[in-house]
Design a protein around this ligand. Sequence first.
Ligand code: ATP
Length: 353
Amino acid sequence: MRIEIRELGRTFGSAPAVEGVSATIEDGEFICILGPSGCGKTTMLNMLGGIIAPTAGTILFDGVDVTKVPAEKRGVGFVFQNYALYPHLTVAKNIEFPLAIERVPRAERRRRVREAADLVQVGPYLDRRPAELSGGQQQRVAIARALVKNPSLLLLDEPLSNLDARLRLEMRVELQRIQREAKVTTVFVTHDQDEAMSISDRTMLMNRGRLVHFADPQELYDDPAELFAATFLGNPPINQLRGRIDDGDLTLADGTIVQGIAPAGLTVDAAIVGVRSETVTLASTAPRARARVEDLQYVGRDVYADVRLGDARLSALVSRREVDRSLVGTEVPIGFDADGVHVFDAESGRRIR
Ligand code: ATP
């Protein structure tokens, strides 16, 4: 099912939880809503599901305005963080519950419960009660229950948060498989960037109720729409150099000049230049400035150099072969891959180039 969201908003009291969100989700897409706590993710999801009524804007399902259609008539399946299974019912009865409410004939109910259970691979546990299952198995049952009515939209709110780290990774892969097999348009809320980046076709990045950037994971990372997107995504966080840009040269507050970091001709009074650690090069053949290596951090197979450039501190991902401890305390020429340099307006956070 294709979903169109137009200028959607929701205000609680006087404070907007979601404001002016417009987006189109294509049929069969796996979408994540990502953002920090309180940015409006759950409110967005609940408006799509009909649990919360918008105070502005419209939602269309396959071209039909459903803004005022109640949850039970929208044909959506919900999965929550806490599973919300009925503890006194067996797995089979839990999955069957939505069909029983709709008075679906018995034989068909049985067939569909079996199908949904097989899809999420809980077939062997149909007679158990939720307490007799692991967290991962309980979450699978919750997903089966959400899919048993063949919803045209599957909504999941932090469904993996209660699982341990290893199981979370496993369930990401499983969820992708289930989603592809069920071919159901899916919207998944998470505050975990790795989860969103690994699981989604496209991610809606939200901040303070606004949709900041809606794109595939690669574009979100490589081509952030604004400073918030650049800083929210990535580990270690993107390096930030603050200062004035004059014809492509950046002057930091302490007077240090970084030559040609931005394109010639670009002048910005108050800029923040964002540079990812993997696009900083030490011992560069096209140096932009000189910088002092303060420390080397060995993280598994990666080495990060902590570098002081004027009044700024940068992290640079370097190759093990290029560096050793003797570099610490020395000055090196530093360069930047032009592709990895993003210039933002320091005041508004807007991307300038
Ligand atoms: P989290 O990741 O912490 O769950 P979220 O991104 O899902 O956060 P929402 O739950 O959508 O954020 O909340 C967005 C904003 O709206 C928050 O400031 C929240 O306090 C407010 N809010 C949400 N629901 C209500 C409500 N029922 N009444 C009043 N304010 C609300």
